[in-house]
Design a protein around this ligand. Structure first.
Ligand SMILES: Cc1cc2nc3c(=O)[nH]c(=O)nc-3n(C[C@H](O)[C@H](O)[C@H](O)COP(=O)(O)OP(=O)(O)OC[C@H]3O[C@@H](n4cnc5c(N)ncnc54)[C@H](O)[C@@H]3O)c2cc1C
Length: 435
């Protein structure tokens, strides 16, 4: 029950992180309102694959199977991830037999499709309200509540809540209103994400591969069973956005396998979006009654599939922590614990993995790649590869374990891992996949 406030939790942003937070709260009977500035979920081409720690949460939310049905076909369950030279010579790969026993099937599904699935589940929840065309403009906090001023087509209105979940993305209004910085750096490259139809498989490509190259490093991966592929490549920093868009064909000429010169009618582009790549984090994921999750809290290069994977783990952790405080008699300090643990996960795992993966693709001499430690390990044995995959689980953290310890939050909690016997290795070697 919201009591004197309009709702118990106000979630800002209907990206996958805000929608998952809303769904998990509503399922536990929390009175939650979600506001989104756009008329519907954002359809720009971004995430398409989610690491194992996120898949655990998507399974728990009951949306993983639906998401797989959108993006995968039978052959995709044989996980194969390759690192190749620009002329498709294999450097190293994860193979189907490297799979960790007991692990869930991977999830491949465009981010906006995942958001739509989550939205359809929220719509079925009593106690959850979704308001599109509602843009958060101001917040003010009292001792009892947080009050948001929201711009709507009908004018401004106020919504009060006990807590606010800031899931409003990398340009987060909430983070700025709270005077929280976004510390880190921006990489000196554009990242261009294209959804394109081209017969990569006919030219010997697997479902997903990274190209190691100083100028053309990229990911080429199948998005869905209809022949749609994601090609995400680096582009020179000094180009304007217009120049980046004008150069797409020349990039395809350099990257695509098959007869050269590449004919313009041999591929069909469905979407192209240039992005800047950031490695950034807020100094705290909590200020007063506001809690940050997903890109509002942190950003990372997409090579490695760590951004939304981390955001999904944040969403689950935030929902569990809020349920702990609002329904399970836990002390409010559980929310500070959420903020501290998730920030630590970003710095110890997300940042290191995403940045190192990007540097690996960009800075490795493709002809000498087999001498690089990461590739040497990858080429050494199935056990070594499994250990690397195992490390991807360290991104999760179970906040429900604190529900029974009202008012006391242990200093160390457990990560969520499948029931297998493997010792963790330094997180820097982890990879999931990415874009
Ligand atoms: C090319 C590319 C590929 C990627 N691939 C992967 C991948 O394969 N795997 C992976 O894990 N990650 C990937 N990522 C990262 C992933 O896209 C982000 O981490 C993800 O979008 C974060 O989700 P979010 O819900 O936190 O934020 P967003 O998806 O940005 O959602 C934020 C929402 O908040 C709304 N909003 C903003 N301001 C307000 C306001 N004032 N009031 C109300 N609403 C507001 C926005 O309109 C938006 O809908 C990729 C990123 C890029 C750019």
């Amino acid at each position: 029950m919201a009591g004197s406030t309009d709702c118990e939790v106000l979630v800002v942003g209907a990206g996958p992180v805000g929608l998952l937070t809303t769904l998990l709260l509503a399922r536990e009977g929390v009175d939650v309102t979600l506001i989104e500035s756009l008329p519907d979920v954002d359809e720009s081409p971004r995430a398409m694959t989610y690491g194992p720690a996120a898949v655990i949460e998507l399974e728990r939310a009951g949306v993983a199977a639906e998401a797989r049905a959108v993006g995968m076909e039978k052959s995709d369950y044989d996980f194969r991830l390759r690192w190749i030279t620009i002329d498709n010579r294999l450097i190293a790969e994860f193979q189907p037999e490297d799979r960790i026993p007991g692990s869930f099937d991977t999830v491949i599904c465009g981010q906006y499709q995942l958001a739509k699935i989550l939205k359809s589940h929220v719509e079925k929840c009593q106690g959850a309200k979704m308001l599109f065309d509602h843009k958060l403009a101001e917040i003010k906090e009292t001792s009892e509540s947080i009050i948001a001023t929201v711009e709507t087509p009908g004018g401004k209105k106020e919504i009060s809540a006990k807590y606010l979940a800031a899931c409003d993305g990398g340009r987060s209004t909430v983070r700025k209103l709270l005077d929280l910085t976004y510390d880190g750096f921006t990489l000196p490259q554009w990242l261009v994400a294209c959804n394109v139809r081209y017969p990569f498989k006919d030219h010997g490509f697997a479902r997903s591969q990274f190209v190691v190259h100083p100028d053309h490093f990229c990911l080429i991966a199948k998005i869905d069973p209809t022949g749609l592929w994601r090609v995400s490549y680096a582009e020179k920093d000094e180009l304007t956005r217009e120049e980046v868009l004008a150069n797409v064909h020349d990039k395809f000429e350099a990257l695509f396998p098959g007869p050269k010169p590449l004919k313009k009618d041999s591929y069909q582009i469905e979407m192209v979006s240039p992005y800047r790549i950031h490695q950034r984090s807020a100094p705290s994921y909590r200020k007063g009654r506001s809690l940050l999750a997903g890109d509002a809290a942190h950003a990372c290069a997409p090579f490695g599939g760590m951004g939304l994977t981390t955001g999904i783990c944040d969403a689950a952790g935030l929902a569990d922590s809020l349920v702990g405080v609002l329904r399970r008699g836990c002390d409010d300090s559980l929310l500070t614990k959420y903020a501290d643990v998730r920030r630590e996960k970003y710095h110890d795992v997300t940042h290191k993995v995403s940045y190192n993966n990007t540097c690996l693709l960009r800075d490795t001499d493709p002809e000498k790649a087999s001498e690089v430690e990461f590739f040497k390990t990858l080429n050494s044995s199935p056990e070594a590869r499994r250990k690397m995959l195992m490390n991807a689980y360290t991104l999760g953290h179970d906040f429900k374990q604190y529900w029974s310890t009202t008012g006391q939050t242990p200093s160390k909690g457990s990560s969520k891992t499948p029931n297998v016997d493997a010792k963790p290795i330094p997180p820097v070697a982890t990879t999931t996949l990415g874009i």
